[in-house]
Design a protein around this ligand. Structure first.
Ligand code: NAD
Length: 251
């Protein structure tokens, strides 16, 4: 019997690296999943791979009506909702605060903060008692570095959202937690590292490996494994937690 047998989950950013790895892990543990992302073809590709336990629904997480529609699609298709994973995110440009484009700042906050807020707003009322709400923050939701003011601000902000939500839904035993991945071996992070270092991908990866105590990037599946734990009943006593998955980078 899978660790998520009988549960229905919704994942934003579900066509991306961490989101699709989590969708695969959820289905492997017996859950049914709604995979949501910007592009219908991209979510369909993941859903087709996962078969009739998965449904792909396109939505922009910054649009309240679209997020409400995804939540409704999960309930309509699978009869309820137990887990919501607010995982969609963008990095924004690398620039000092003095040089940071205000429009770019707003866009990062819209996707990375308004997005999880809208998912919490629409999903928490329908998540069944004992369910789980998980937000993807970052190691830079606990620390920061020069050049990433919008991203680091957004990833700190969701900790406040998480703590508020955790207290608001505790009477229904719904748990709310943030995960804080360090550098993951994927295209999102490759771009971040090229921007931060001005080097090619391989050199930038090596520079970042030297900053990570465990000496390497995470695999998306390692992040997904923690999300499976948070989604399931094994973590029934865990709420309000900020969980580093960063190879020791935030020590
Ligand atoms: N890659 C890393 O090293 C790393 C580290 C820490 C945290 N994170 C966070 O993990 C999460 C997932 O990132 P990833 O590494 O899988 O990168 P990714 O780019 O593969 O996935 C992010 C997904 O979010 C989607 N998205 C962007 N804007 C959206 C919007 N407005 N509405 C709906 N979907 C939207 C993208 O289409 C993409 O599929 C993000 O929140 C990111 O900030 C990533």
């Amino acid at each position: 019997m899978g660790r998520l047998e009988g549960k229905v989950a919704l994942i934003t950013g579900g066509a991306g690296s961490i989101g699709s790895a989590t969708a695969r892990a959820f289905v492997a543990e017996g859950a049914r999943v709604v995979i949501s992302d910007l592009d219908q073809a991209a979510v369909d590709a993941v859903a087709v791979e996962l078969g009739d336990r998965a449904l792909g629904v396109a939505a922009d997480v910054t649009d309240s009506d679209q997020v409400a529609a995804v939540v409704k699609a999960a309930v309509d298709r699978f009869g309820g909702l137990d887990v919501a994973f607010a995982n969609a995110g963008i990095a924004g440009p690398n620039a000092t605060i003095a040089d940071y484009d205000p429009a770019a700042f707003d866009q990062v906050l819209a996707v990375n903060v308004r997005g999880p807020f809208l998912l919490a707003k629409h999903a928490l009322p329908v998540i069944r008692d004992g369910g789980s709400f998980i937000i993807t923050s970052s190691v830079v939701g606990l620390t920061s570095a020069p050049g990433i003011c919008a991203y680091a601000t957004s990833k700190h902000a969701v900790v406040g959202l998480m703590r508020t939500a955790a207290k608001e839904v505790v009477d229904r035993r719904i748990r709310v937690n943030t995960i804080h991945p360090g550098p993951v071996d994927n295209a999102f992070q490759d771009a971040v590292e090229r921007d931060a270092t001005g080097q090619d991908t391989e050199t930038a990866n090596e520079i970042f490996n030297s900053m990570i105590p465990l000496g390497r990037h995470a695999r998306p599946e390692e992040v997904a494994a923690a999300v499976v734990y948070l989604a399931g009943d094994e973590s029934a006593f865990m709420t309000g937690a900020t969980i580093p998955l960063d190879g020791g980078m935030s020590i």
